[in-house]
Unconditional design. Structure first.
Length: 397
């Protein structure tokens, strides 16, 4: 055997080993990619879904609206004119009498412009304890020009049941307005409304005990039968028990399991993170004043043809001077009006055909291809709906 033959025989197993090594590496790489795809697939599906806490509201976990009437003092002459705002004058007299200033008994000479009557509103968060602070907003009731620099006196804030739940007081933060003698002015914000951060103290708590519930209602923020059923199925799958049931399109009833009685907060913490894929009806929302159009992803169009014409009529007046002849007697120069009417019709617009099952993206692209603006698009959508080709609810704001 020659040396070349021996080298060939020795290198053949080595080449076979290298091929096997490459195949093993390729198989291992494919296996790793397959595992990554299998891991990322549920993550992508979970990412596409919404959390349960973003879809529903839990029973009892809600805000409460508060309102009150008060006086803002310390204004720099921008308050109410007492002759034009009698309720401000009566409120001022009543406040002075409660403070013991009633010996003269004659307040007819009060002419202050540093006081303004305001309505005070606030939102009481759920489970607010006594002593907690909340923000309040104020708005003038009379002819006050600005609340900037004023101080709100003690104002009780009542709920819908007439009970006082908070008391507000503090310095008002508001916009400002300034003007010059020439009539120029500048305004920042809204001077007749203001805000007091942490301006109210909670005095009464809402009597609601979450831990004592044996059942709970979950209210959908966007009612839908499909979403309601999906919420119930997701809870039952997680708890491995049929404790949730869809009552209607807006309500899901949850029976608290025996093992979770007394720990409703722990149960809510667990289920509020469950992924739910919400579903909604196809809807087109149109704001005619601003020309805003919002269309959902489920909007579809049946077969329809659309043409948008643009007809422009221009009327121009061109005055001309008429001079008398050179040898005329008693002639005068007069101005003669000459009117011209031009009609311009854009003939470049073509008839567009939208086929059955057109999606939102295709609809927008087709309308944009015609050079249609938002205002004309509103009329077209209304016409498509009237023709029965728009498979969606049309809501006008």
């Amino acid at each position: 055997m020659s040396l070349n033959q021996e080298a060939t025989q020795l290198s053949l197993p080595h080449r076979i080993g290298r091929k096997c090594h490459r195949a093993c590496r390729l198989s291992l790489l494919m296996a790793v990619i397959g595992v990554v795809v299998l891991v990322l697939a549920p993550l992508h599906a979970a990412h596409a879904a919404s959390r349960l806490k973003d879809v529903v509201n839990f029973e009892g976990v809600r805000d409460n609206m508060l309102v009150g009437y008060g006086l803002v003092v310390g204004l720099n002459g921008t308050g109410d004119t007492l002759t034009n705002s009698p309720f401000t004058e009566r409120s001022l007299i009543g406040m002075l009498e409660r403070l013991g200033i009633n010996e003269t008994g004659d307040f007819s000479t009060i002419k202050t412009a540093n006081i303004a009557a305001v309505m005070v509103t606030a939102t009481l968060p759920p489970f607010s304890a006594q002593g907690a602070r909340i923000d309040v907003t104020l708005g003038t009731m009379g002819d006050a020009k600005s609340l900037r620099g004023g101080v709100l006196l003690v104002t009780p804030l009542q709920g819908a049941d007439g009970e006082v739940y908070a008391v507000a007081q503090g310095s008002v933060t508001s916009g400002f307005s300034a003007s010059g003698q020439s009539g120029s002015s500048v305004t920042h914000g809204v001077p007749t409304s203001g805000r007091i951060a942490n301006g109210a103290i909670v005095e009464r708590e809402i009597n609601f005990h979450l831990a004592d519930l044996t059942s709970m209602r979950l209210t959908l923020r966007n009612p839908d039968f499909t979403t309601s059923k999906r919420v119930a199925d997701s809870i039952n799958k997680y708890l491995k028990s049929p404790v949730a049931s869809a009552v209607d399109s807006a309500t899901v009833r949850l029976q608290i399991p025996e093992g979770k009685r007394g720990d409703v907060v722990g149960l809510m913490t667990e289920i509020e993170q469950l992924p739910v894929q919400p579903d909604d009806i196809a809807r087109v929302v149109i704001d005619e004043q601003s020309g805003v159009i919002v269309m959902g992803e489920n909007v579809h169009i049946s077969t329809v043809a659309i043409a948008q014409g643009n007809l422009t009529i221009r009327i121009s007046e061109t005055p001309q001077v008429s001079q008398p002849g050179p040898l005329s007697q008693g002639g005068t120069t007069t101005v003669v009006q000459r009117s011209s009417v031009d009609i311009d019709e854009n003939k470049d617009n073509k008839l567009a055909m939208l086929k059955t099952g057109v999606t939102l993206q295709e609809l927008v692209q087709s309308l944009n291809a015609l050079g249609i603006g938002p205002r004309d698009m509103i009329s077209i959508l209304q016409s498509i709906k009237a023709a029965g080709a728009l498979q969606a609810d049309l809501e006008l704001l």
